[in-house]
Design a protein around this ligand. Structure first.
Ligand code: SIN
Length: 507
């Protein structure tokens, strides 16, 4: 089951925009690069699913920085924001426009900049509301056809190879065969954690693998309580049928209505339907609870003409336009593997980029259309930095595969339990008691999964292990943060803050 070893100067795990950018930069710098991806189809990466677009600074970088910091509830790291914005336009121009040839929408006067919530001005480059696939497919093709990067599809990272605070590669699995892959540097770009929630805008296998591998290897992890929920995902008949209905649709004039047909967002926030995402997500939840349904009314715009891909999805799903039934869905993890301005983690030779990384750009809440940009900018910087380390072979850990068969439905059953507790206790709204209960359930679940993982190496078991490690990290971080901030909303937050104040002041 363990095959020959493999060696590479730079190992990138994950093939969304961040992993592709890291591979491109390392290849440009002359390194030998191996890119491993669980995916065998482009749509298995979150990048492919991105709708809105990619924000750029246009003529006012200072305003772009202010918008990011304000959306982050003041919690973004200003130095990280400087890195993002100061590199935004050049990275987009160099890689997306000049290298892979993305044709962003234009309007006769130049780029057709889109508007989304919490942006002071229209600054979003897009290809209608299907930007992700128009970036991802040409980027994958470019890496495959025009670089020397070796791409390993259908290949998952199971464990990092670590020795004395440094990472020397990873155990990679393909078709049940595990290959220790030694690397001078390892770049994790494994994406988000949508699989931890019943309703998510991520692809189904976003199980947080990179974060779990890094955490188990001892890397610093930060800001895990900041899970962003997108307010408008089509609800579908089953949670799995849903899809994102881009904020750009509200940017063009669509409005939310409750089951009584009332526009409710003006009662919740002065920016109404374009209020910050966490505010809209909680309002949609409250109105769904109170009236039974919330719809996005797209009648104020020429929906089919302006958003043809989304309109087609709505038709395919049998949506009775102009009213799209919507609910919040897990969308983006602002926290993750703690990294610096070049994507370097707290472990030597280990980098993290894209959604699995915590760069500090998003603070407690992410500004729309900055995730592709962050992946691109940090991917390029990490890929460049990762070059030039010697490959060192080590004794790989022994992964046992004594009992290959899992009990029937084992992974599906445990995932079901995990998603339920995350949805009920670690979702849009949280309580201290609920977070305590969630941690107990998740600790038990992780223990059960670990027991199986000791003697088996199946991918589904490792994905479940990743999900249980990451779920526990999210629940624990949420329980430890007694303050409602950004997308971490504690229903009993004021009470807790008061108690903490009383305790602190009490002699
Ligand atoms: C959207 O299109 O609404 C999503 C944009 C984003 O999350 O950045």
């Amino acid at each position: 089951m363990t095959a020959e070893t493999r060696e590479t100067e730079v190992l990138v795990v994950g093939a969304g925009i961040a992993g592709l950018a890291a591979a491109l930069a390392a290849d440009r710098a002359g390194a030998e690069v191996t890119l491993a991806t669980k995916a065998s189809r482009p749509e298995s990466a979150s990048t492919w699913w991105a709708q809105g677009g990619i924000a750029v600074s246009r003529d006012d970088p200072a305003q772009f920085k202010r918008d990011i910091i304000e959306a982050s509830a003041g919690a973004a790291d200003p130095d990280a924001v400087d890195v993002l914005v100061d590199n935004a336009d050049s990275a987009v121009r160099d890689v997306l426009v000049d290298t892979i040839g993305v044709e962003f929408d234009t309007n006769g006067e130049g780029f057709d900049y889109g508007q989304e919530a919490a942006h002071e001005e229209p600054r979003i480059l897009h290809v209608e509301a299907a930007t992700g696939k128009h970036v991802h497919v040409p980027f994958l093709n470019y890496i495959a056809d025009r670089t020397d990067v070796t791409v390993l599809e259908d290949t998952a990272g199971l464990e990092l190879l670590r020795h004395e605070g440094e990472v020397y590669g990873a155990m990679l699995e393909c078709n049940g065969e595990v290959t220790p892959t030694y690397a001078g540097a390892t770049v994790l770009a494994t994406g988000g954690i949508g699989a931890l929630y019943p309703r998510s805008t991520n692809p189904a296998d976003a199980t947080g693998d990179g974060i779990a591998m890094a955490a188990l290897a001892g890397a610093d992890i930060a800001d895990m309580e900041y899970v962003q929920f997108h307010p408008t995902a089509y609800v579908g008949d089953d949670a799995g049928d849903g899809f994102l209905v881009s904020e750009a649709v509200r940017g063009e004039g669509a409005v939310l209505r409750n089951a009584d047909g009332e526009r409710f967002m003006p009662d919740y926030h002065e920016d109404a339907d374009l209020a910050p995402r966490d505010v809209v997500a909680r309002a949609v939840t409250a109105e769904r609870d109170a009236t039974g349904e919330v719809v996005l009314d797209v009648s104020p715009l020429a929906f089919e003409r302006e958003f043809p891909s989304l309109a087609e999805k709505c038709h395919d799903a049998g949506v009775d336009l102009p009213h799209v039934p919507v609910a919040p869905a897990e969308h983006f993890l602002c926290g993750g593997i703690d990294v610096d301005d070049r994507g370097r983690s707290s472990l030597g030779r280990l980098y993290a980029v894209g959604e699995c990384a915590r760069t500090g750009v998003h603070g407690a809440n992410r500004l729309a259309s900055t995730s592709l940009l962050e992946g691109l900018v940090w991917g390029l910087r990490a890929g460049e930095d990762a070059v030039g380390n010697e490959v060192r072979g080590l004794e790989p850990p022994e992964l046992l595969d004594r009992d290959p068969d899992l009990p029937g439905n084992f992974a599906a059953g445990k995932f079901h339990r995990l998603r339920r507790v995350m949805d009920e206790q670690v979702g849009v709204e949280r309580t201290s008691d609920g977070l305590g209960r969630a941690q107990s359930v998740l600790r038990r679940l992780k223990g059960e999964v670990d027991a199986y993982a000791r003697t088996r190496t199946s991918r589904s078991l490792y994905e479940l292990r990743s999900a249980s490690v990451v779920a526990l990290l999210v629940a624990r971080a949420a329980a430890e943060n007694g303050e409602s901030v950004g997308c971490h909303y504690l229903v009993d937050g004021d009470e807790r803050a008061e108690q903490a104040g009383v305790t602190a002041d009490t002699p």
